[in-house]
Design a protein around this ligand. Structure first.
Ligand code: VGL
Ligand code: ZN
Length: 227
């Protein structure tokens, strides 16, 4: 597979403590994240390798960070009778799942996983800061209209191809990949560098199928590194 790195970007989605099981790094132990995804921390090693490779070849490296204010509208705790897993209507968003509190601005859970190497990153995009609107995609908030600025950044550098990895396969990675296609980027996900919530059960497989049908390329990090 030929990659023109100067027109390519790696987007590392939400590799944050709250999406990861308990882990130890550099002798320091970190508790299980509030919304831990099975095997979440396992995406660090392959993503670090690709990020280093991209930076060395003048590709862009972007990381996104879920960054919610306290009592965010996607948190069950923001409603008197809210239960985690309930679906509600939220503004123009027909069905918003209510989540457990996670990635609260400034909290340990909102920090990136200690093993994620951010030295190669050109840009960090924070999303989900609007108290009344959730934001899964790296490109748009869940109203599908409010931009995060990422599209403008990528266009400013004439980026035409994006590669995605991170958390979670069935939410932020999925919405980011579908938006990337909608914005006409050639879009790939690294299947060995994503992990999913799988809630509701089956949503990871559904997301992978939907992405593949829509035209997202499914590749492994080794497909581009072993060259
Ligand atoms: C995510 C649920 C809520 C994600 C973020 O990063 O996939 N999932 N907020
Ligand atoms: Zn969130």
């Amino acid at each position: 597979m030929f990659i023109d790195y100067q027109k390519a970007a790696l987007i590392i989605v939400d590799v944050q403590n709250d999406f990861c099981p308990a882990y130890t790094s550099g002798g320091k132990s970190n508790p299980e994240g509030a919304l831990a995804v099975a095997g979440g921390g396992e995406v660090c090693a392959p993503l670090n390798a690709v990020a280093k490779d991209f930076a060395g070849r003048k590709g862009k490296v972007i990381a996104t960070q879920d960054w919610h204010p306290w009592k965010h509208a996607s948190f069950a705790s923001a409603y008197p009778d809210g239960k985690v897993g309930d679906f509600i209507a939220l503004g123009s968003v027909q069905s918003q799942i209510l989540w457990i509190d996670h990635c609260v601005q400034g909290s340990h859970g909102a920090r990136f996983h200690d093993d994620l190497d951010l030295d190669p990153a050109d840009l960090i995009i924070r999303k989900g800061a609007n108290p009344l609107l959730d934001s899964y995609s790296a490109f748009f908030e869940n109203d599908r209209q409010t931009t995060t600025g990422l599209d403008g950044y990528l266009k400013a550098f004439s980026i035409s191809t994006v590669f995605l990895g991170g958390l979670a396969t069935d939410y932020c990675v999925f919405y980011s990949a579908m938006d990337a296609l909608r914005l006409r980027y050639k879009t790939y996900i690294f299947t060995d560098a994503v992990r999913g919530v799988d809630y509701p059960s089956g949503s990871v497989e559904q997301a992978l199928d939907a992405m593949e049908v829509a035209g997202v390329g499914m590749i492994k990090t080794s497909d581009i590194l072993r060259r």
